[in-house]
Design a protein around this ligand. Sequence first.
Ligand code: LYS
Length: 265
Amino acid sequence: MKKFKIVTTMIVFSLLFVLSACGTSTTSGSGEKKTLRIVTDATYAPFEYQDKGEVVGFDVDFVKAVAKEAGYDVKVEHVGWDPLFVEIKGKTADAAISSITITDDRKQTYDFTIPYFLSKNEIMVPKKSDIKNAQDLKGKVIAVQNGTTGQDAVEALIGKNNNKLKKFESNNLAILELKGGGADAVVSDNTVIETYIKNNPKDNFKFIEDDTTFQKEFYGILLPKGSKLKADFDKAIKKVVENGTYEKIYKKWLNTKLDLKTLKE
Ligand code: LYS
């Protein structure tokens, strides 16, 4: 009889254990939120960078607000640019936010939320440079982050496999190359370049816009193809824009004028 009691108690405890484990991994029952794993390349201030070991920036606050609105907790993790695409493709992460431009090419492999930020490529050069526009990049050594729309834009100008194009794992490494004199220019997203110039006046860099060469781009949150999060996130993005949260986050991280109209078009 005693043995029977022990066995029953053990079964009850195992059942309770299994049930509680289920409770923490889903949103059901206990009311506990599911924590999404969001990956990023935290080398792209002011959108995502590391500050005292913590991943911070516009994108981080934005994705936290969107996830909260959609009923999730999030953990944002720095994994790097190329790895984040591998993670989303392999579904080892729930989403990626990393100033990722929505492109037709990427849309073949991934899903994106609706756009949340308007961007454009731009050129960064030393103040004394003779480069004045994108055409002047021909024949110069150009540094870009590998696998970016900056690389695409430069390749459209000077051709693929041109040995004057230096590709780096992160944008910061491309900037270091410019700083060390190993490149004549860097091409990457305007907000990132302008933030860098403002924060590093001693580097003596300037930026060059070229609206005839560089097209408007929109950032979206990257999701695995067919992700159920898309509907939730799209709805939450609209809400976060409407209720003023987006504007608050924008003002915290950016000093450019907010243009919500272009985003909605
Ligand atoms: N917006 C560009 C792209 O999606 C550059 C992003 C780089 C982020 N580290 O290709």
